[in-house]
Write a protein that binds this ligand. Structure first.
Ligand SMILES: [Ca+2]
Ligand SMILES: [Ca+2]
Length: 254
């Protein structure tokens, strides 16, 4: 609904298939509510000072309350009555006969923000999402004809099974996703130089053959170069724990 071009729309529960069901003779419609038993739509219109009702496709409009000053809000259906409030007064009217209008009560609250009617007995087995969440890993919506559709929280998307949510890859197919979410070129994976801030690109790499020695940084050197009094590993790991003493001054690095 837009104030400059007021209209009432409907859409499926996942927000798709929006349809305008009403755009004529509207002032400032708001506070919509549905009577699910009667398949009726009710709304307040503070621009026209009315409360109106129609069927669920915008037909058969009836003015339920006319000349209603102020800003009626919080429409709620309970039993045979429509309830609403304006400032701190809650009112009701018979939803079909438009009779029995009365002030239900004046509350002590100056600025009510909502009104909810709660049925004492709520059926618990009719909704198709009640059956194992209809197989959805996170959110289940009901569509027309009691069909269901799965959906996901912000930041997740549905897998191709249309049931399971997962976090989409943020890296391209030619990139490697670091453990911290960073993307680096895939060829930098296991190249013995850490490019990920968490160095996950060099973790769990198959590096050295049985005939090789692995330096601390992952570089492979021939086993013959271990303890040969020459630093072949950058940190000299190949010359540590040797029975023979390291030759001072030999600091060649790889
Ligand atoms: Ca690397
Ligand atoms: Ca060496």
């Amino acid at each position: 609904m837009l104030r400059s071009s007021p209209r009432i729309e409907k859409a499926l529960m996942d927000g798709t298939a929006p349809t305008i069901i009403m755009k004529n003779m509207l002032g400032n419609p708001h506070s919509l509510t549905i009577d699910k038993r009667e398949n009726k739509l009710y709304w307040a219109d503070s621009g026209l000072n009315r409360i109106e009702m129609s069927d669920l496709i915008g037909g058969n409009r009836i003015v339920l309350v006319d000349g209603q000053p102020g800003y009626p809000r919080g429409l709620a259906i309970f039993g045979e009555f429509l309830y609403w409030f304006d400032k701190k007064v809650v009112s009701r009217i018979h939803k079909k006969t438009r009779s029995d209008r009365l002030w239900v009560r004046e509350t002590k609250f100056n600025r009510l923000s909502g009104l909810i009617a709660v049925e004492h007995t709520v059926p618990t087995n009719w909704h198709p999402c009640f059956n194992n969440n209809s197989g959805c890993s996170h959110i289940c919506f009901i569509l027309e004809l009691n069909r269901t559709q799965c959906s996901c929280p912000v930041g997740m998307v549905l897998k191709t099974d249309k049931k399971t949510c997962w976090e989409p890859p943020t890296c391209n197919s030619n990139e490697f996703k670091c453990g911290n979410g960073q993307c680096i070129p895939a060829v930098w994976r296991c190249d013995q130089y850490p490019e990920c801030d968490d160095e996950s690109d060099e973790a769990n790499c198959e590096r050295c053959k049985p005939s090789e020695f692995e330096c601390t940084n992952g570089k492979c050197i021939k086993k013959e170069l271990v303890c040969d009094n020459h630093r072949d590993c950058k940190d000299g790991a190949d010359e540590k724990h040797c029975t023979q003493k390291e030759v001072p001054g030999k600091t060649d690095q790889s």
